[in-house]
Design a protein around this ligand. Sequence first.
Ligand SMILES: [Fe+2]
Ligand SMILES: [Fe+2]
Length: 315
Amino acid sequence: MDQNGGQKYFKIRLASMHPNRKVAFDVFILINGRYVLYMRSGATFEGEKLEHFKSKRADVFFVKEEDRAAYKTYIRDRIGDDEHSPEEKALILKESSFSLVEELFENPKIDQALEESKSVISNFVDFIDAEPTAVANLIGLSSHDFYTYNHSLDVAVYSLGLALKAGYKNKNDLMEIGRGALFHDVGKRKVSVEIICKKGGLDDNEWAQMKRHPLYGLQILNEFQGIPDGVKACVFEHHENHIGNGYPQGLKGSEIHPMARIVALTDTYDALTTKRSYNDPMSPSDALTLMKEKLAGRFDPDLLKAMYSVLFKLK
Ligand SMILES: [Fe+2]
Ligand SMILES: [Fe+2]
């Protein structure tokens, strides 16, 4: 039975909250499946309370669905004010997006998730536009663990950084790349969880299933109107290789959509620099060296060069 009277809530992360600013929405905690009011609208998250929760590693709170707009305004104000350093703003932005991204993957209504992703990516593009050090600050926050949500958001951040270096300036293009990167693995929703979470190698059969995720992703997106071609290409072509030995189509070079070439590179880079159960994360320079040498031919060489400057020559 629903203990919560049909009321819907969404998750927020503690790090997105300001220690001494009034919140314009009620904040709840989840105890044994029940949402319990923790703080009323108009109260503040005092510094001590914040520290208390941080020390208990309890960093998730909930807000009523009907207050989503108020939460968004609260975050937008924090990112727009002069009170925070660019580092702090990057953290607030990322922390406020995690829960949205989590929903993108849990939400059974993909059309809603596709719509919601516009505001997530738009916030990132605006932040990058307003703060000269934004890309460096955001990259500094890469989570290096491999939950699909973190991976997707990190790939989106790297892809926006690389797209700017590659010369994309137009907001619509950046939105397309950002959303394509965020959704690149959406087809994994249709691959069984046992395969996704399996530690160690996959057998031939499992691997064949796994390799279908770009196609599954395209099929998911094709059910909806108005999804830009670039978004679809990032989903369908992010495992194609520059020399033509990728999957599912074996496209090569300029046959691969330029936006998908970006995501192909940042996806691999993130996977290499991320901790998974069976490997240690590589350092940024080791990862790029491996991509240039052992994985030579997989990536667009110009983009690979540009990725060096995204990571090492930002200041
Ligand atoms: Fe993938
Ligand atoms: Fe991926």
